[in-house]
Design a protein around this ligand. Sequence first.
Ligand SMILES: [Zn+2]
Length: 381
Amino acid sequence: MHSGNESVEFVRNHRQYGQYSSFHQSELSDFNAGTVEKRLPSDEYRHSQRPFRYVVYTLICSQPHPDIGDNEMKLVSTQSSIATEANIVCQRNGKCKWCGSDKVVKAGKDSKGQQLFKCKECKHRFIDNDAPPRMRTPSKVIATAMELWMDGLSNRKVRRNLKKLFGTVRNQDSIHDWLVKYSKMSVDFVKCFQTHTSEVRHADETAIKVKGVDHWYWFVMEHDTRFILSSHLTEWGRKDKHAVQLFRDAKRMASYSPKYIVTDKLAAYRAGVNRNFYSNTKPRTEHINRIGFVKLTNNNMIERSNGVIKDRLKPMRGLKNIQSARILLDGFNLVHRNFLTVHSAINTTPAKACHIDLPIEDGWADMMKWATYWQNAKKPC
Ligand SMILES: [Zn+2]
């Protein structure tokens, strides 16, 4: 997407006012053929706080700092997408409802006289109805329930809508079971993908109630793709171990360490960053937790993101326990928001912005299908 020339132009522009050197050496090498000056060592930041602050302001607010003038800051993201084994699953488009294989043969009839099929690859027998494996309800109904719930409807309202749309009556417990089952399956599946784009990450925590008890919900988000790398629901009390775990999960989802991590002043983040990103060699990950930046971040991206989570949580008072809350919140943030929701700021889904090549045309129906195939095709991941 970004041509070499654009990137060269970008570096030139930004050398005029700041020592912007957040490129990784590998990225620079593409367009480093003599025209671009070598990047400056990051030590220079320490002696020139002003340009550094401007760059971070621009990164966070997605607009030039007023003192900088017309120069437009563009984030250059590396273009290579990390293909994983999970992509191979998505090539499967056969008849087998378990693994997506097309090596399917007829295999007699069941007691009700329905045609049975057998998959030669995964050895499962199945009826060719529209339901996912081991389910009686059609995929369309379950996917619609997922879609409606993730969009903010309560279980009761989801039930009412399903009755209107499909004429099916299910009790709220089975709707809850679908939500948990397919959220978990999809979360496990999407954790196979890796992102390789952003240089700035934000981490934040927000207080939420599960069954009337206060909990903390933590998450890490990439700046320019809005991709949520990890999320974590913990009991009350923000401890070092929670932040360490949060950043460890984020590290697993992204292929390299970010240049900056922006957080609030909470001491646990310091421990989390140090434990996961401490390095003796350059480039190092810089942890930004100054008060000025906290205001900027809170007023912008992260605050909005917290708002989205809180909106979803309002009708969630009926959550049964902390385990299902954890799964559903992950399903909402790591699957629904990352893969199935177009983010207005970037005009695409965060997963597409990260170049994750997962064909999704029909929202949760497709996500459930790929997750099922992935689980049953037993591809290493
Ligand atoms: Zn199969």
